[in-house]
Every structure is written in structure tokens, then in C-alpha cells.
Design a binder for this molecule. Sequence first.
Ligand SMILES: NC(=O)c1ccc[n+]([C@@H]2O[C@H](COP(=O)([O-])OP(=O)(O)OC[C@H]3O[C@@H](n4cnc5c(N)ncnc54)[C@H](OP(=O)(O)O)[C@@H]3O)[C@@H](O)[C@H]2O)c1
Length: 373
Amino acid sequence: MKMLRSLILKPSYLLLKFNHNTTSLPIRVLNMQTFSSVVSPPSNAVVYEAHGQPDEVSKLVNIPGKELKENDVCVKMLAAPINPSDINRIQGVYPVRPEPPAVGGYEGVGEVYSVGSGVTSFSPGDWVIPYPPSSGTWQTYIMKDQNVWHKVNKGVPIEYAATITVNPLTALLMLEECITLNSGDAIVQNGATSMVGQCVIQLAKTRGIHSINIIRDRPGVDEVKERLKDLGADEVFTENELEGKNVKSLLGGISEPALGFNCVGGNSASMVLKFLRQGGTMVTYGGMSKKPVTVSTSSFIFKELSLRGFWLQNWLNTDKAEEGRRMIDRLLGLVKDGKLKYKMELTPFNDFNTALDKALGKLGSQPKQVIKF
Ligand SMILES: NC(=O)c1ccc[n+]([C@@H]2O[C@H](COP(=O)([O-])OP(=O)(O)OC[C@H]3O[C@@H](n4cnc5c(N)ncnc54)[C@H](OP(=O)(O)O)[C@@H]3O)[C@@H](O)[C@H]2O)c1
């Protein structure tokens, strides 16, 4: 059945929307006298009550509705991804994390369900994402202050709106803010199959920057290489293919990269370093293998390599963070124009455990899991 909407209002009123599950309730306009009695719908949420392995400590909990305050926006969630950092938050190893009990998830997209009387920039039916991203997106309804929502264009699939902040924004920022890159330059990266990696390939390509990509050895490697090349990758190598090789001989006509991105660590990070030109920089932004980055003394002394890190959270704490909203709109524009895509799998919320198992790597390499509520 179609959703029923009651759209009203002047500031002294509250917007309410009821879906078909609540049609026994009449569509009402509540005035300020009854304002304090309005609550959000109860929310089904993935909650972890203690830090630990996500598949052991997470459970589905029904959270009662909360009173809608003047500046609150209640959002019915549509989709939210399971990112590696979400897993690390539940494990208790991520530096920024809520104290348990907490609802999982950090980004996502939802539809405005109702707004408080002081809210003028959002209306029921708008699509919004939390910006800056914030905890608690793995639930059916979320209520947060209007300041932390960003309205997004409905012209993109929900899975893209749900995932646009954490990974694509990171890729864009790393390409734009680490060193100055010009058309014809090259970058090298490992973890190229990750969502960040796929975005790096495409965002680099739009600027005429070549990408050399390193992936894990895995079944179906040819198909993976083909897929990354379709996105715009110039070269794709598995770690084994690079073992013991003079990597410079594999560059073909591509210039030696001045910038490298590492989200894996261990031997894979050493491969990135090998590709870098004299004075190049490797930016570490993830540690998927959980192995440390090891650098030879000669890399520092003779090759004058620089190592640095990037963390989106730090950038979000700068005075440039508002710019992030424009960058997100820009990224969603690229999605809409078919210039930015990445592999995802939408999984229904009631199959959350399967999605979690896939995100935990229990079923081998899997596309990014996005929960559809
Ligand atoms: N610093 C920041 O601000 C920031 C922001 C966003 C993301 N990140 C980090 O960036 C990384 C990628 O995130 P994402 O969401 O884009 O990834 P994703 O789409 O979830 O993909 C996971 C990636 O990790 C690889 N991987 C998984 N387990 C691995 C292992 N044991 N050894 C080596 N590689 C492994 C996968 O390779 P296969 O395809 O071969 O399975 C895949 O490339 C993560 O470490 C994440 O925490 C950091």
C-alpha cells in the first residue's frame, strides 16, 4: 500500500507521516499543546552490548520511540553499509567509537519521516545522509538534530547515497590533498578492489592520472583485473606477480608514481613503496592485513621516500569540513552521470547476519555489503 503523507505546516505545528502500518491512526495535525507527546516510531536496531566479535556481540533489539524535539529530524532508514571501520568500532579497536550498548553503523541514507517544529530545511520524503557521518545507522528509524543531516538528490540508487561519505570522500580527499597531481602523473595503490580503491581509480582517471593497482591473489583474478580496467585502471597486478620483479620494468609508458596509497600493510605496502619514484610519498589509510608497514632504511636515505597517514575523521574535525557537503554532492553527481561506480551487494535487513558474515570475510572476497531496510 502506498505511504500516506500529511504535509503541513507552519512553525507552530509538527509534520507527521504515517505509513500503512499505522493507518488505523488518523492523519493528524498536532498543535504545540500536544507537541511533547509526539514520539518517533519504535526502531529495530543492530545493537552491541559489549565490545567483541561483531557476530557474537550484536543482536537485533527493538528500541522504543523517542520524543521529537523542536530541531529533531526523524529519519526512516533506507540503506546503510557495513564498512571495515564499523567492525572495528564493535571490536573496540577504532579510536572514535560510542560506548556500548550502541547501535552499529556510521553512514547510510534515509527518508525524512517527521520533523520538529523548528525544522525548516527538511520535509517528509526528503532523502538525507548523516553528515558528518555518525554512529547508529543500522536501525530502521533514527532521530538526530537537523544540523547533522544533509539532503541528497534522489536521482541516485540508495546504495550509492548510503555509501558516498566514508569511502568515496576519502578517495577524493586523498587524491586532492596529499600532494599536487597533474594530468599524466601516476599513482600506485594496493587494496584496489576496496571501495576506496575503486573510487581512486575512477577519480584519478577523470583527472588524467594513471593508476597502478595491486590486488590480493584470489580465485577469479582475471575477472577482477578486467573489472578494474573497465573502471579505468591502467595496470593491475596481484601481489604474487610482483614478487621478486623489478617493478619499474612493468610500468610500460606510465610515469613513475609520486604518490602511493596503502590500505593493506605488510608485503603489499612494500610493493607500493617499490613502485614509488625518488622522493615519493606513501599514504597509509587502512591496515586490512593487520600486518605492520616495514620500510627499508635505504628507502628513506637513498630514495627519500616519505610516509604519512590519512584519516577522514581528522579531516572532518578541520574547519574545511563543511566543504565535505559540496564534495559529497559532487561525488553523487558523478554517480548520477555514470562516472563513479563500485561493486556492492544489497542485503535485506532481516538477513543482516549473512551480510555481516560476508563483511567479516568468512565467505571469502565479497562485494561491499549494504543493508536495505
Ligand atoms: N583512513 C580513513 O579515513 C579511511 C576511510 C575509509 C576507509 N578506510 C579504510 O580503507 C580500507 C578499505 O575500506 P573499504 O570500505 O573501501 O573496503 P571494502 O570495500 O570493504 O573492501 C575490503 C578490501 O580489503 C581487502 N581485504 C580484506 N581482507 C584483507 C586481508 N586480510 N588482507 C588484505 N586485504 C584484505 C579486500 O580485498 P579482496 O577484494 O581481495 O577481498 C578489499 O580490497 C579499510 O582498511 C578501511 O578501514 C580508511
